[in-house]
Design a binder for this molecule. Structure first.
Ligand code: GLP
Length: 247
């Protein structure tokens, strides 16, 4: 079963944060022990800022991050564990014991990945999975070619992703070459997908995700098959979609 995604249009990046926050707050107010799938990257930062400003109690909310780099030292500011701690866990007042990020420091990544999927399932699955989209169509770090039935696992980063993310590092060669990411099937298991994009540089990826062929060559296109999707865009990210009926 799939339904048309609901598209919400914001005036700018901050406005996408306010609109997306409305979705998350509705879920958390209905269920103070909700489970959130957490994305990193720049797209959800206005959402996290809006959630922090809302003053809602997140102390019983659980979070599962989408992904984590391999090869960065513990505590590296660009590790997603640190990004989630500083952008999400602390500002929202979440319980650190309820916030999970794939652990890149163990010996057996495959076993940890299976445990991570099992932990999401044991928590009841994500009520809302927050997503950004890479310019190459990746969600989490599921690069083009990722199988739709993939679960959490180690993947090599695409060269384009390493270039896109080089802005977060002092030099491009510091960008890790591998990561742990939730799989497409893991992400698809969430009850509600909330995809956020702002800026004209995301317009083509948004167009392909929403209107292009559903293909493993463009992983974000999987959202077309999900029954409950909300997409929050600013004018730049929506600029190739033509006329939009919003609401
Ligand atoms: C990053 C993350 C993704 C994120 C995407 C887009 O590399 N692994 O989870 O959604 O790429 O990033 P941004 O929002 O900064 O454009």
């Amino acid at each position: 079963m799939s339904g048309s995604p609901r598209i919400l249009l914001g005036t700018d990046a901050d406005d996408t944060g306010r609109l997306a926050a409305g979705v998350v707050l509705g879920t958390v107010r209905a269920n103070p022990a909700a489970v959130l799938g957490l994305a990193t990257g720049s797209s959800p930062l206005p959402l996290y800022a809006a959630l922090a400003a809302a003053g809602t109690d997140f102390s019983r909310v659980s979070g599962f991050a989408l992904d984590e780099y391999l090869g960065l030292p513990d505590g590296h500011p660009q590790s997603y564990a640190e990004v989630i701690r500083t952008a999400v866990t602390e500002p929202l007042g979440m319980d650190p014991h309820l916030v999970h990020v794939p652990d890149p420091h163990g010996m057996d990544h495959a076993a940890h990945a299976a445990d991570y999927d099992a932990a999401i399932a044991a928590a009841g699955g994500a009520d809302v999975q927050i997503l950004g989209v890479g310019s190459n169509g990746h969600i989490g770090f599921n690069e083009p070619g990722s199988a739709f039935d993939s679960r959490t696992r180690v993947v090599p980063l695409a060269e384009r992703t390493r270039q896109d993310n080089a802005r977060f590092f002092e030099s491009p060669d510091q960008v890790p070459v591998e990561c742990l990411t939730q799989g497409i099937a893991t992400i698809f298991g969430a009850r509600h997908l909330l995809l956020i994009a702002h800026g004209e540089h995301k317009a083509r990826a948004v167009l392909r995700a929403l209107r292009g062929p559903v293909t493993e060559d463009f992983p974000a296109s999987i959202i077309q098959r999900h029954p409950h999707v909300t997409v929050v865009l600013d004018a730049g990210a929506a600029s190739l979609l033509g006329d939009l009926a919003c609401g």
